[in-house]
Write a protein that binds this ligand. Structure first.
Ligand code: ADP
Length: 157
């Protein structure tokens, strides 16, 4: 049985993330999606809200579970006995940073990171742009699950 950990901020989860989660759910027996504290990003939703939105967005996937974590990805990976860490890639620019992080995590704990590239139709999506777009009245309804669009509108009215 192969269990993978897909960590991220997910502030909020969008269709690019969901595409990676749905692909991972086909490839692996168990997928754990973890919304993490990221001190380098200014977010909008707290961990409870991000976790709730992820749960709603993935409830159709029986082998996907969602949790939150404040700490190192490698510590969570070892606590849950993950076989691999999983990351999504939007563009080559993502890869540079992600590869360095993957090597750091591998040096720290021996775990490997697997990468899934996004389909071109989702590769422009980023939580930051979705937050900014909503803040200034843009329509993000085709970029995020319905429950996320609703929460974003509530947050910014
Ligand atoms: P964001 O940059 O949207 O705030 P996160 O930090 O929550 O995203 O990202 C979690 C993971 O999802 C990372 O591995 C990131 O590279 C990946 N990811 C983010 N957006 C996309 C996308 N549009 N397509 C594929 N993977 C993505």
């Amino acid at each position: 049985m192969t269990r993978v950990l897909y960590p991220g901020s997910f502030d909020p989860v969008h269709n690019g993330h969901l595409e990676i989660i749905e692909t991972a759910a086909k490839l692996f027996d168990e997928v754990v999606v973890a919304t993490m504290v990221n001190t380098t990003k200014d977010g909008v939703f707290d961990l409870n809200d991000r976790e709730a939105m992820l749960r709603e967005a993935t409830e159709h996937l029986p082998n996907v579970t969602v949790r939150m974590f404040a700490g190192l990805v490698v510590d969570l990976a070892s606590e849950m006995e993950a076989d691999f860490i999983l990351k999504g890639l939007r563009a080559v620019s993502d890869f540079e940073n992600e590869l360095q992080m993957a090597q750091m995590n591998n040096a720290a704990s021996g775990i490997h990171t697997l990468f899934i590239p996004s389909a071109s139709s989702s590769s422009f999506l980023a939580s930051k742009f979705i937050r900014d777009f909503t803040r200034f009245g843009g329509d993000i309804s085709k970029m995020v699950p319905e429950s996320v669009a609703r929460r974003l509108r509530e947050r910014y009215v």
